[in-house]
Ligand binder design. Structure first.
Ligand code: FES
Ligand SMILES: [Fe+2]
Length: 362
């Protein structure tokens, strides 16, 4: 016999209240803002970290997930929760195309369907799609998943950022986990001016003025936040893009001794682990072909990667040192227009998603 969980109480407006996928309580706009906006593709983990024959547990958007590959190497991402009595599937057994829960042996396949209840064959749970299974794509060496708001959400088409989809661009992925809220990451990348201060001693951000004026330039997919009086010298502009996933795109000039290929391009994304921790993804790129590509790849591995790690560590140290309520009482100035803008966008999104869950919006 299966016992259904009590359905959520109806919304005040009379419309059906809904639960966010993988969440068993009502979420407010503040909860959503803290643990991640839904109905988006998010980078989850580097592909190489999910090894054939093993399962890998991760927490993303404050939900525990288990990743595993089937016998064909196809990746699956399930909520890490057995449909029987909620034991984590990640501590069970990998059986090729399914996971077997350690507690009572229930077997769940990559679609989240129970394929066997060994303790009670023929039980009604068999054949039921009772575990959340996310749509996943592996691209640019990273596993991406569409995290739905509700069970009715339709995954949007998966589209890589331009720079990563361009065959003339050569990239290296970079993954880190930071002990800070994901919103601090977005604030940081929408704040180019920190380059001339925090990263002043770095190999790529030593030049140019330490004062500037900025402007926001709208695009049909987001906005640019850019210096009005300096370009091509330091971290002088950033583009925020709302595509099938949210990301930032920016360029930083390289000195001549960094080899051929001109500017250094960065694509950045952040995925909430929970309210206090974030998974940070960057792709470090250069537009290079032929022998120049080989030189760049060699230089990156032997010299540049370590220097970029140093720069990233400077960001991590500041962000992890910020108080949890750092954005509660600030004195912003003109350089923080990009920060204000991204916060407004995300606040509006979180409210809208909370209203959908509350049955106030369809
Ligand atoms: S909790 Fe998984 S089989 Fe019982
Ligand atoms: Fe930085």
């Amino acid at each position: 016999m299966t016992t259904a969980t009590k359905p959520p109480a109806p919304a005040a407006t009379g419309g059906p209240r809904k639960r966010a996928v993988g969440v068993r309580r009502d979420l407010t706009a503040e909860d959503i803002a803290a643990t991640g906006l839904r109905d988006r593709w998010y980078p989850i983990l580097p592909s190489h970290m999910v090894v054939a024959g093993e399962s890998k547990k991760v927490t993303r958007l404050n939900i525990d997930w288990v990743l595993f590959r089937d016998a064909q190497g196809v990746l699956h991402m399930l909520e890490d929760r057995c449909p029987h009595r909620s034991a984590p599937l990640s501590v069970g057994q990998h059986l090729g195309d399914r996971l077997a829960c350690k507690y009572h042996g229930v077997q769940v396949d990559g679609t989240g369907t129970v394929v066997s209840v060994p303790g009670m064959p023929g039980c009604a749970l068999e054949g039921k799609q009772a575990t959340v299974s996310l749509k996943v794509v592996e691209a640019a060496d990273i596993i991406f998943a569409f995290v739905p708001l509700t069970a009715d959400s339709e995954p949007t088409p998966f589209v890589l950022p331009d720079r990563l989809a361009d065959p003339e661009v050569s990239w290296f992925p970079n993954f880190a986990e930071w002990a800070g809220p994901w919103r601090f990451y977005m604030d940081n990348v929408l704040d180019p001016m920190h380059g001339a201060f925090l990263h002043r001693d770095s190999h790529s951000m030593f030049g140019g003025d330490t004062s500037a004026r900025f402007r926001i330039r709208e695009t049909d997919r987001g906005f640019f936040f850019e210096k009005t009086d300096q370009r091509g010298v330091n971290f002088d502009w950033v583009e925020y893009v709302r595509g099938s996933m949210d990301y930032v795109d920016l360029e930083i000039p390289y000195a001549e001794n960094a080899g051929p290929g001109g500017v250094f391009g960065i694509v950045g994304m952040s995925t909430p682990i929970d309210a206090d921790n974030s998974a940070i993804f960057h792709w470090r790129t250069r537009r290079v072909q032929g022998w120049e590509r080989e030189v760049w790849r060699f230089l990156y591995r032997t010299r540049l990667e370590a220097r970029h790690w140093e720069v990233l560590e400077q960001d991590r140290e500041v962000l992890e040192a910020l108080a949890a309520d750092a954005d509660a009482e600030e004195h912003l100035y003109q350089h923080d227009l990009g920060v204000s803008r991204i916060r407004r966008i995300y606040r509006a999104d979180a409210k809208r998603q909370a209203a959908i869950l509350a049955g106030e919006l369809v």
